[in-house]
Design a protein around this ligand. Structure first.
Ligand SMILES: [Zn+2]
Length: 304
């Protein structure tokens, strides 16, 4: 049972983080790579989504905790950059490659998420287009450990001055609870998987995600002031608010293409056959047909 579960998780992780690089074998060493963005802000990569590690006067805030089994390697790597304890986890959204490590942190660590994400973490619904059937719930398996006890709806500010963190929710996109995490003193924002890479994103309708709302949500995030640098859910390098704005146009173009196809009586397979990344989106990946098909289906379902 456990073996089947792990293989399923790893297979799904491979799809979720296509551009992250090597497919993780079960026995492969869990190597967390560190990129120093600022003196007190690090991006820790590998084993699922990119984690942000923000060191404040009182302790360390971690944004996203990776795949099952990667919480402890992440904690170990954090110890190489600071002797302060981790006091807070913020999860950008419910997906297992961003939340699973929560259960490996001390139970005293405060977990904060957008309120819809808390409900989704209770459910751990299969990721649309990637997983089918009931999914294991690590939080329930661990007696509720790692679940958020604090939530926000549209905006929350934590700390002040150099330690300030602003959390925003702008509506459905990748899921129905995507948080944007801003470190205003450093002019950096973690955008989670609302812009995972320069590629067609997952539009996870099983977890509140939306094709039709996606672009407008991104545009609001791109318009948050005082930000120069973005940490993306899976991109190996940082991007900028201008990149996010362009990405919002990319999503709008794709969704319009799918909606126009539906209105013309075409099928999702016609969208897969006909969609090409427009030339203005330089450096974008060649889309995975299965991902295009899943997203086109979400757009079709939302279009009357
Ligand atoms: Zn995700």
């Amino acid at each position: 049972m456990r073996r089947v579960f792990m293989l399923g998780v790893l297979a799904a992780a491979g799809v979720l983080s296509l551009t992250v690089g090597a497919y993780q074998q079960p026995d492969a060493p869990k190597v967390v790579e560190v990129e120093k963005l600022k003196d007190n802000l690090f991006v820790m990569k590998g084993g699922g989504g990119n984690s942000a590690v923000f060191i404040t006067a009182d302790g360390v805030t971690v944004v996203d905790t990776k795949l099952p089994g990667w919480g402890q390697p992440l904690l170990d790597k954090i110890k190489t950059v600071t002797s302060k304890p981790v006091t807070r986890i913020i999860n950008t959204h419910t997906h297992f490659d961003h939340v699973s490590g929560n259960v490996e942190f001390p139970a005293t660590v405060e977990v904060i998420v957008q309120e819809n994400t808390k409900a989704l973490m209770d459910q751990m619904n299969p990721v649309y287009g990637i997983q089918t059937g009931p999914q294991p719930n690590l939080f329930k398996q661990n007696g509720g450990k790692g679940m958020p006890k604090r939530t926000f709806k549209d905006k929350m500010t934590l700390g002040k001055g150099a330690d300030q963190i602003d959390l925003y929710y702008f509506g459905a996109a990748h899921t129905g609870g995507d948080a944007y995490v801003v470190f205003p003193s450093l002019r950096v924002m973690h955008v989670g998987d609302t812009m995972p890479t320069r590629d067609v994103p997952i539009m996870d309708k099983n977890n509140g995600g939306s094709a039709v709302a996606f672009s407008a949500t991104l545009a609001k995030a791109a318009a948050v002031g005082g930000v120069d640098t973005l940490i993306n859910g899976h991109n190996p390098t940082t991007t900028t608010p201008a990149d996010l704005k362009l990405y919002s146009e990319f999503i709008a173009d794709f969704v319009k293409f799918a909606q126009d196809a539906k209105k013309a009586g075409k099928s999702v397979d016609d969208v897969v056959a006909g969609w090409k990344v427009p030339a203005k989106y330089t450096g974008y990946a060649t889309p995975n047909p299965a991902r295009v098909k899943a997203d086109a289906q979400v757009a079709f379902d939302e279009t009357k």
